[in-house]
Write a protein that binds this ligand. Structure first.
Ligand code: FMN
Length: 180
């Protein structure tokens, strides 16, 4: 099963259009539309609950439903526009929520993370109004996916310069869609 994690806030999102071109080559998928989910930043209360559930081995608690879904996906596509040099904070909140030790990752005896996710590939799809800099968006996702979650390969699909005067945004987007 391919999991499509959609973090595109705008209803006519160009990032989502580009992601659908990627997904069209992958067959069936399950979509998780993050703006419609009840996902909150971790509070002290949530952290304490999570810590005690993990210590007790109660991994079937509903709190871990997103973590299990992520860990069990065969392929993962994430779409998120380039916002403020990174991605919408909702995506970071989602990652906080799935990062449950014992489900998506565990620690080796010497303290390094060992990934527990099934996915062979994660594709990160983004669009930017100006030039795209990957350091704090794709760069972060690649590091956490490969180093912590054990996903073997990550790939960036992007279209940039879409909001710059004089650029043909539709052509840039279509070219990117045709090259996936
Ligand atoms: C809140 C916000 C922050 C943005 N920050 C940047 C930015 O830092 N750099 C940039 O090139 N474009 C930035 N943009 C422009 C978007 O990256 C661009 O319009 C993108 O194509 C939007 O994707 P969407 O059509 O999927 O919503 C920003 C747009 C918004 C709404």
């Amino acid at each position: 099963m391919t999991l499509y994690i959609n973090c595109c806030v705008r209803s006519d999102s160009r990032t989502d259009r580009l992601a659908r071109a990627v997904l069209a080559k992958m067959g069936e998928y399950t979509e998780l539309y993050l703006p419609a989910e009840d996902i909150k930043p971790l509070s002290e209360e949530m952290l304490e609950k999570r810590t005690s559930l993990l210590a007790a081995g109660k991994l079937d608690d509903p709190m871990f439903r997103y973590a299990h879904q992520f860990a069990e996906a065969d392929k993962i596509v994430i779409s998120a526009p380039f916002w403020d040099g990174s991605f919408p904070s909702l995506l970071k909140v989602y990652i906080e929520n799935i990062y449950a030790v014992g489900i998506v990752s565990r620690y080796s005896e010497n303290g390094t993370p060992v990934g527990m996710c099934r996915a062979e590939e994660l594709v990160y799809v983004t669009t930017a109004g100006g030039p795209y800099f990957p350091e704090f968006s794709f760069g972060y996702i690649k590091t956490v996916a490969e180093t912590c979650f054990g996903i073997k390969s990550t790939r960036l699909v992007k279209a940039e310069m879409l909001d710059i005067d004089g650029m043909d945004a539709e052509k840039i987007l279509l070219d990117a869609m045709n090259s996936v």
